[in-house]
Design a protein around this ligand. Structure first.
Ligand code: LRH
Length: 505
């Protein structure tokens, strides 16, 4: 019963990690024997900063590549018996590749303002809004790849004009390691280019941004081998001809795959820079209601659909914290949470999804402006800011959870909170109280776990996603939060609806 060892690259919109994932306790034939478990070891952690350059916001592709090489080199030095490599990243962003096989500059980051207003232009000039939704079933957000491509076309982007291929972020990085170009299903589903009914890139949408199917890589499902490390990467790292697996390349798909649920009647809240709240369904839910509430149907593993809604998550908190780091004083999560809990509850409420919070110069100033405009007491102290963010997020969760219950084709028994945000016990209790549902919190490392699990699945270790989830459930004990103080949340929700104007989406 040898352990199986996998190398995961997990890139978020603020930081990235390389991780060794080990699955122990398998049977000799690869099937679950005793009680297999998964453990993770972080090899490297690095910043993934937004680069501001000439009025744009980009990702530093070469730096990310270099960090992956450094992680692989470390793994080789430490002699880990790696079976394969998998990469997952945030959604929507892509790299243009020239005819010479080199990236055409750094990719735009989805927070770049070049797409502001472009979605409405697209609906007016290219295809009506309802039709785009009917085709794709994807939540309409201005940074979806479709609208990024449209904005680049309108701006006469040389990178796009000269693009021989367009590779979504995880596929672009796999390409740099293997020389093979794929278009993995879960990541491409976030682009608003896939037809939700056929699972293929939609011809009319391609035409609307002047592209052809040949601009994209070979379509593969999550858990497919992309290729093996190139000679160049082998030399750089000291590794052998290891396979790179297209995992669930979209981090949220990896996260949802790693929910340690025992059965299908669960909802999840993948809590990181974004809060992705949804359910897993066998079929897409695309109707007038899902359109008007702007819910998304992203591709999941094993033929499932991730029916969910993007909620602005820890982004607000992360941006505030970054500002406070420039001032003297302790900015540890524990300290900030403690200050928040000492502050008055429900004092200032905001709509976390207001566009003014997308990428302001100063998040604290943006929150203050919002409060002034909506006649809310203006936060002044760090505790007041954090409390405002946590209260408002929990109330937004209540709103979205209410809609989710209406859509769900099954009764929702439990809400699994996963990701970095699941470590915040206070917010977990707020969520349980606000949504009036039992919250099971953890694993924190859901994206990396999902990544490793998909590699193991590709290697034939699991028969299905439930087999995988059992291994995760064997390995971690989620913390349970039972709703206990729901009345104040009911009252606060009335105030929240009033302040935020009772938004319909
Ligand atoms: C979360 C996430 C989310 C996308 C956003 C761009 O990391 O992948 O699912 O919508 O980033």
């Amino acid at each position: 019963q040898a352990d199986s060892v996998f190398f995961a690259v997990d890139l978020g919109a603020t930081s990235g990690r390389t991780i060794i994932g080990t699955i122990s306790g398998k049977g000799a034939d690869g099937c679950a024997a005793d009680k297999p478990t998964i453990t993770l070891e972080e090899l490297t952690r690095f910043d993934n900063a937004l680069i501001q350059i000439r009025g744009h916001v980009c990702w530093d592709l070469a730096a990310l590549y270099n960090e992956i090489i450094a992680g692989l080199r470390l793994a080789a030095q430490r002699n880990y018996p790696i079976e394969s490599i998998g990469i997952d990243t945030w959604g929507c962003d892509f790299v243009c590749i020239g005819a010479d096989g080199l990236p055409l500059g750094n990719p735009f980051a989805y927070r770049d303002p070049h797409t502001v207003g472009k979605m409405d232009e697209y609906f007016a000039e290219a295809m009506p809004k309802a039709q785009v939704y009917e085709k794709t079933g994807i939540q309409l957000m201005n940074f979806n790849s479709l609208f990024q491509l449209y904005a680049m076309r309108k701006a006469g982007s040389p990178a796009l004009q000269n693009a021989d291929r367009i590779l979504f972020m995880p596929d672009a990085l796999s390409y740099l390691l293997t020389g093979e170009m794929v278009c993995e299903y879960t990541i491409s589903s976030t682009s608003q280019m896939l037809n939700v009914h056929t699972g293929e890139i939609d011809e009319a949408l391609l035409q609307s941004v002047g592209l052809r199917r040949t601009h994209f890589g070979r379509a593969v499902g999550p858990g497919t081998v992309v290729g093996t490390l190139t000679e160049e990467v082998r030399k750089l790292t000291g590794l052998g001809p290891l396979p790179v697996v297209a995992v669930a390349g979209h981090d949220t798909a990896s996260a949802v795959a790693a929910v340690p649920a025992a059965g299908p009647h669960f909802a999840y809240l993948s809590s990181g820079t974004w809060s992705l709240m949804g359910i897993e369904t066998p079929q897409a839910i695309v109707n007038e209601q899902s359109f008007s509430r702007n819910f998304t149907n992203e591709g999941g593993v094993a033929g499932t659909v991730r029916f969910l809604k993007n909620i602005c998550g820890m982004w607000l908190y992360e941006c505030c914290r970054r500002e406070w780091k420039k001032e003297p004083g302790d900015v540890s999560h524990a300290t900030l949470i403690e200050e928040a809990m000492k502050a008055e509850g429900f004092r200032s409420l905001i709509n976390p999804d207001d566009p003014m919070f997308a990428n302001p110069d100063s998040m604290t100033a943006a929150i203050q402006t919002y409060c002034r405009r909506h006649d809310e007491p203006v936060p002044e102290t760090r505790g007041q800011f954090c409390r405002c963010i946590y209260d408002s997020l929990a109330l937004r969760y209540r709103q979205v959870f209410g809609w989710l219950k209406e859509f769900a084709p099954f009764p929702i028994d439990v809400l699994h909170v996963i990701g970095g945000g699941s470590q915040n016990s206070f917010l977990n209790q707020f969520t349980a109280d606000s949504c009036n549902i039992t919250v099971l919190a953890g694993p924190q490392e859901c994206t990396a776990i999902g990544n490793v699990m998909l590699q193991a699945k590709a290697a034939g270790y699991f028969k299905d996603v439930w087999d995988m989830r059992q291994v995760i459930a064997n390995s971690i004990a989620p913390a349970r939060f039972i709703p206990r103080d729901t009345a104040p949340w009911k009252a606060a929700y009335e105030k929240y609806l009033y302040v935020t104007g009772g938004s319909e989406e």
